[in-house]
Design a protein around this ligand. Structure first.
Ligand code: ZN
Length: 339
């Protein structure tokens, strides 16, 4: 019996030594230690051993098993280590190799201006809301107090999909949609693309971007509007910026105003940039027309509000001193790289 066990041990160790892959080690393990393995077979033949010898033989079997297991484990650890090292060697990075030049993209001036405007209003507690670019005539015009015979509805200015559907000419329909939901108070800006059938030139494009704002609450007054836009202008163009409100007319608001800011180039003295006037026009605004509130299901006796709209391209052109709006759409990499 002892000879048989010695032979098993010798064979097993030799095969472990010869194994050159983890799978082969596993084969050896199954062959000698498995359920149908050779050591198990020895245990099964214990019934032929004299009872007084059984403890001794049992001990010898266990010792043999321990030796084989130990050898298997040690070899396995060694193999795994070698595999890891080989892998590391393959993955090694030669830091002395010349690098591949990777080019980083630039943000579009429109996006930079938009993020800036959003940052300012979000900081004042406004929510950013988006809406559809293809819009019902009802939201784009009717609910904003622009009746069927209004000149703004002229087909020459508006892209009609059919009688009832247009490419939105402003982002105000988003405001009508929010007001209609009736969750008050409202403090929101609606940035987005709008469409007008304009010829392309240095200051016009059939597709451009607007950011419109709306506040509806109890006791909102024109001074709230002035304070808000003065703060906005200071944040955007610098703390020295002054604002001027000129009476104007918009169907959506009453009273309405256009807002000029003091020229941030010359500080108001007058220069080429502000065409000598010292002022630059930047946005339109006003108190939301009571009729608009009514049409959107808000009681104008209880609630008031103000709205404003600013062209995103106008801000980008002013802030980055770009003199032709077409540059913003041509995607010329030499132009975009400067931002
Ligand atoms: Zn100026």
């Amino acid at each position: 019996m002892k000879d048989r066990l010695d032979q098993i041990k010798k064979d097993a160790l030799a095969q472990i030594e010869a194994a050159d892959a983890l799978e082969k080690l596993n084969d050896v393990k199954v062959k000698y230690l498995g359920k149908k393995g050779e050591l198990t077979a020895v245990l099964k033949s214990m019934k032929d051993v004299a009872p007084e010898d059984r403890p001794k033989v049992g001990q010898m079997v266990n010792e043999t098993r321990a030796v084989i297991e130990e050898m298997l484990e040690a070899t396995k650890t060694k193999m795994e280590k070698a595999i890891r090292e080989e892998k590391l060697k393959q993955e090694v990075i030669d830091v002395t190799l010349p690098s591949k030049k990777s080019s980083v993209g630039h943000r579009h001036p429109n996006n930079i201006a938009l993020e800036e405007v959003e940052r300012i209003f979000v900081g004042m507690g406004y929510e950013v809301v988006e809406g559809p670019e293809v819009e019902y005539d009802l939201y784009n015009f009717e609910k904003l107090n622009i009746p069927a015979d209004h000149p703004a509805k002229d087909e020459q200015d508006t892209f009609y999909i059919n009688k009832d559907i247009v490419l939105r000419t402003q982002t105000s329909p988003v405001q009508a949609r929010v007001m209609e939901q009736g969750k008050l108070p409202i403090r929101m800006i609606a940035p987005g693309r709008v469409f007008r059938s304009d010829e392309v030139d240095a200051t016009h494009s059939p597709s451009f971007h607007q950011i419109e704002g709306l506040v509806i609450d109890k006791n909102v007054s024109f001074s709230d509007l002035k304070g808000t836009l003065e703060e906005f202008a200071k944040e955007l163009f610098g703390p020295e910026t002054k604002t001027k409100f000129r009476p104007h007319h918009f169907p959506f608001t009453e009273p309405s105003a256009e807002v000029d800011v003091s020229c941030f180039k010359c500080g108001g003295k007058g220069c080429r940039f502000c065409k000598g006037s010292g002022w630059i026009e930047i946005l339109g605004c006003g108190m939301v027309h009571p009729h608009v509130l009514e049409m959107c299901g808000i009681d104008p006796e209880e609630y008031t509000g103000f709205a404003f709209g600013v062209g995103l391209e106008r801000i980008a052109l002013l802030k980055y001193e770009i003199d032709d709006m077409r540059l913003l759409y041509e995607n010329d990499i030499r132009f975009l790289k400067q931002f």
